[in-house]
Design a protein around this ligand. Sequence first.
Ligand SMILES: *[C@@H]1O[C@H](CO)[C@@H](O)[C@H](O)[C@H]1NC(C)=O
Ligand SMILES: *[C@@H]1O[C@H](CO)[C@@H](O)[C@H](O)[C@H]1NC(C)=O
Ligand SMILES: *[C@@H]1O[C@H](CO)[C@@H](O)[C@H](O)[C@H]1NC(C)=O
Ligand SMILES: *[C@@H]1O[C@H](CO)[C@@H](O)[C@H](O)[C@H]1NC(C)=O
Length: 434
Amino acid sequence: MEAYQPRHSQKPSSPSSTNSGYYFVPKSVCTWLACGFLALALLHLLCCSPLAGAGDREALLSPLLHYFNDTYSHFSSSGAGQSCDYSEGRWVRAPGHTRRYNATACDAKESHDCIRNGRPDTGYLDWRWQPAAAGCRLPAFDAGAFLSAVRGKHVAFVGDSMARNQAQSLVCLLGAAFPHSVVYRDPVAWRQNFWRWAFPTHGVTVSMYWAPFLARATGKPENDSDPDSVVHLDALADRWAADADGMDVVVLAAGHWLLNRAVYHNGSAVIGAHAHPDRSYTDIGYALPVRQAYRLAVERLVSSGRPRTVVLVTFSPHHFEGKPVDSPTACTNTEPYKEGEKELEGFQKQLRSIVIEEAEAGARIAGGAARVEVLDVTKLAAMRPDGHPNVYMQRDPFAHGVQERMPSDCLHFCLPGPVDTFNEILLQILKKRR
Ligand SMILES: *[C@@H]1O[C@H](CO)[C@@H](O)[C@H](O)[C@H]1NC(C)=O
Ligand SMILES: *[C@@H]1O[C@H](CO)[C@@H](O)[C@H](O)[C@H]1NC(C)=O
Ligand SMILES: *[C@@H]1O[C@H](CO)[C@@H](O)[C@H](O)[C@H]1NC(C)=O
Ligand SMILES: *[C@@H]1O[C@H](CO)[C@@H](O)[C@H](O)[C@H]1NC(C)=O
């Protein structure tokens, strides 16, 4: 295996973001002040330092240039009320970019801990997302900036196992740089469906609430050998709904379960089913239930009057590419797709659109108190067939040779892995001014 270097003592990359006091002054003012001072300092160094030799000058200038670069990139990507569109772009090679933590040390789900499980290629860790929009750059994750942006707040992830994948990525990214502790953990350890972490330096808590339909659901979600999911589209899943009033940042991610077999209720009436073998049900498809589940969740979160940020994550496609989920060759790619190599399928585009439309609908009814944002990951996730555990969801999967059927995961991402980029964008959303 290539040398793996977790960057535990990684310094927050931006001087502006480590100093929380900075945020008390409007950012644009600071940016321009900083630019002004730096321009003067640069001029002074360039013109008025005859004693400094060329090498000395470079040594003196380089930290300043870095600072300027960084300040400028913040300004162009997220300052002054402007924001970048991160939904379109391409993956560019950036050695080490995603080597930021050791998933074993932050207690991530073992089936996502690809390095521990012996995945031999590590090139999937060497990419960063480059937005297509002119002048935009997505800054690397900065744990200090994230914690400062959510100081004193409760950040809750609500949804399916992709929500959990992103929540664990965030906890690992933050935990590599700041002290933390577990407040609560799902007694069923391997599931990790409900847990809460605390970051005491900033009074921040991060929680995961597993609710694969967002709405209340019984059957398969509670008992995996039950073939039916029974979903109540008029009520939210109890556990997160009970805690919703105390959430400041809510990240919603669901969709995959709604593509599968389920029976839908509205109050006491059965309104239909999807992908159900019993033909006596009306098939209502997946689009209406997805829309209804998001609408119910968003309306609940924006109608309470509590100022908060609700972030809807768009659909993250899997890469089984028609192969069975127990195929050892389902997603063995070692590089991202190139532009045009793989187009989104119709249902993936549709699920993405529904989430965006429901976010827009939520923003319209939110009034002043709540902010509704879209974290559009569909394209960037679709381009990363190489970032999944594949058969490395188990430790040393080839210890007994290559089997004909081997469980493989081409949906969730390795930790660390491409899902860390979701949190890089989440940070930019949270830093954005209204
Ligand atoms: C400034 O950033 C660009 C990329 O955005 C990089 O190519 C360049 O080397 C950086 N310059 C300094 C001095 O850090
Ligand atoms: C990751 O951390 C675990 C335990 O905290 C340690 O045993 C392991 O050697 C580390 N892995 C790497 C690749 O550094
Ligand atoms: C889970 O579902 C299966 C199939 O419907 C059933 O036989 C079993 O009793 C259920 N287990 C529990 C704990 O409810
Ligand atoms: C559920 O029933 C209520 C009351 O009849 C109705 O307003 C609502 O549109 C129904 N929702 C769905 C998803 O059918």
